[in-house]
Design a protein around this ligand. Structure first.
Ligand code: GLN
Length: 346
C-alpha cells in the first residue's frame, strides 16, 4: 500500500510548491489595489441613489435631542488609504459620533499604554450578543460581559485614558479624534446636555463596573467624559478619514501623520468585526464581511484594510440602533467592489 509521496512525484510537488508561492504573490498583490477613481465615484453615487428613498427605521429618541435631527439626511463617503475622497449626499452635515467613537478611544488607550493587552486584561474583547446598553451583559462574569464597543466597556475605556483630570481626559480624546479626522472637532452641545440629563442607565453600568473593580477612574466622571465623547460632531467625510487612518495602518492618509502604531490596528479591527454591531454583529459579518462600527447618531464606518474606509450616515436606525440606509449603502459598495474580507464570492 502506498503511504507517502513516491520519488517520481517529488519534482512535480516542487513545481506545485513553486507555483503556489508565485500564485500566493499574485493573489496577495491585488489585495492592496485600490479601485480607480472612476469606479469609486460611481459606486458611492449609486449607493446613495439606490437607497435614498428607503424610509425604514426611526431616529433614535431615547436621547431626546437626537429625535430633532432631520431624518431625511443621507450621506455616503469613501476615503481611500491614499487620502482620496469620494462622496454623495449629506456628507458635510455634522452629526454626533455616538458609539462610532468607541473603537477610536480603545485605540487611544492602546497607544497611550503602549500595549494592546490592557484592553484584554482590564475590559475584555468578547462580543456580548446583547444590546449596546445591556445591564444583563455587564453583570455576567467579567471575562465575557464587556468589550470596548458596548456602553459599559466604552465607559471603562474612557476611564483608562491617562490624564490628571476629567477635563484633561476629554481634551485628550477630542485632540486624538481631531488627529484621526484631520480636522479640529467639537462637541454638539445640545445633544450632550440632552444625553447628560437622561443617561441614568449608563450611570448604572459605571456603578456595576465599580462594584467589581472594572472601572479605573471615578465612575460618574467616566460617564460624563464618555457622554461628551459620544456628542462630538463629525461629518461623514471626517469620519471616513478616521476610518481611512485605520485602513492605512495607523497613518492618517490626509495629514501623513502616524496616529496609531501599526501593531494595534488589527486589534482594533478585530473588536470591530466581533462587536461593532452589538447583537447584529453576526448578521453584519454574514452580509458585509467587514470590520465596522455603528452609532445611534446614524453613522457607520467600515474599514477595508489597506484600501479604504466606507461611511454611511442616515439618522433612521433599526431596533439594534444601527442606521438602515448606512448599512445598505456600505453593503452595496462592499458587494460591488468585492470587498468582503472572507472572499468576494466571485
Ligand atoms: N451615547 C449613546 C449611549 O450611551 C451611544 C449609543 C450608541 O451609539 N449605540 O447610549
Amino acid at each position: 500500500m502506498q503511504t507517502g509521496i513516491s520519488k517520481e512525484r517529488v519534482p512535480g510537488a516542487c513545481l506545485i510548491a513553486a507555483l503556489a508561492v508565485l500564485l500566493g504573490v499574485a493573489l496577495s498583490a491585488p489585495a492592496q489595489v485600490i479601485p480607480s477613481a472612476q469606479v469609486l465615484g460611481r459606486v458611492v453615487q449609486e449607493a446613495h441613489d439606490q437607497f435614498k428613498d428607503l424610509r425604514d427605521g426611526a431616529t433614535a429618541d431615547y436621547i431626546p435631542e437626537l429625535a430633532k435631527v432631520p431624518s431625511e439626511l443621507f450621506g455616503v463617503a469613501i476615503v481611500t488609504a491614499r487620502g482620496d475622497v469620494f462622496a454623495a449626499g449629506d456628507v458635510d452635515y455634522p452629526f454626533t459620533i455616538q458609539s462610532v467613537s468607541k473603537p477610536f478611544t480603545a485605540a487611544l488607550v492602546m497607544q497611550q499604554h503602549g500595549g494592546a493587552e490592557i484592553i484584554l486584561d482590564k475590559i475584555g474583547v468578547e462580543p456580548t450578543g446583547q444590546r449596546f446598553n445591556s445591564i444583563l451583559a455587564t453583570q455576567v462574569i467579567a471575562q465575557v460581559s464587556v468589550n470596548p464597543l458596548v456602553n459599559s466597556g466604552a465607559i471603562a475605556a474612557v476611564s483608562l485614558v491617562e490624564a490628571a483630570s476629567a477635563q484633561e481626559r476629554f481634551d485628550t480624546i477630542l485632540e486624538y479624534y481631531g488627529r484621526l479626522a484631520a480636522a479640529p472637532l467639537s462637541v454638539i452641545e445640545d445633544v450632550y446636555q440632552s444625553e447628560a440629563a437622561t443617561n441614568q442607565r449608563n450611570r448604572a453600568h459605571a456603578y456595576i463596573l465599580f462594584a467589581s473593580d472594572r472601572i479605573y477612574s471615578e465612575p460618574m466622571e467616566a460617564v460624563d467624559v464618555y457622554t461628551r465623547q459620544c456628542s462630538i460632531g463629525v461629518t461623514a467625510k471626517q469620519l471616513a478619514v478616521m476610518g481611512a487612518t485605520l485602513a492605512n495602518n495607523g497613518v492618517n492618509p490626509v495629514t501623513g501623520m502616524r496616529v496609531l502604531d501599526t501593531r494595534y490596528v488589527p486589534k482594533v479591527l478585530a473588536i470591530m468585526l466581533m462587536a461593532g454591531f452589538y447583537d447584529e454583529s453576526g448578521l453584519w459579518a454574514y452580509t458585509a464581511g467587514l470590520p465596522a462600527k455603528t452609532g445611534v447618531g446614524g453613522g457607520i464606518v467600515a474599514v477595508v484594510p489597506g484600501k479604504m474606509a466606507i461611511v454611511g450616515f442616515s439618522p433612521r436606525v433599526n431596533a439594534a440602533g444601527n442606521s438602515v440606509r448606512a448599512m445598505k449603502a456600505i453593503e452595496y459598495i462592499a458587494d460591488q467592489l468585492g470587498l468582503n474580507m472572507f472572499g468576494s464570492g466571485r
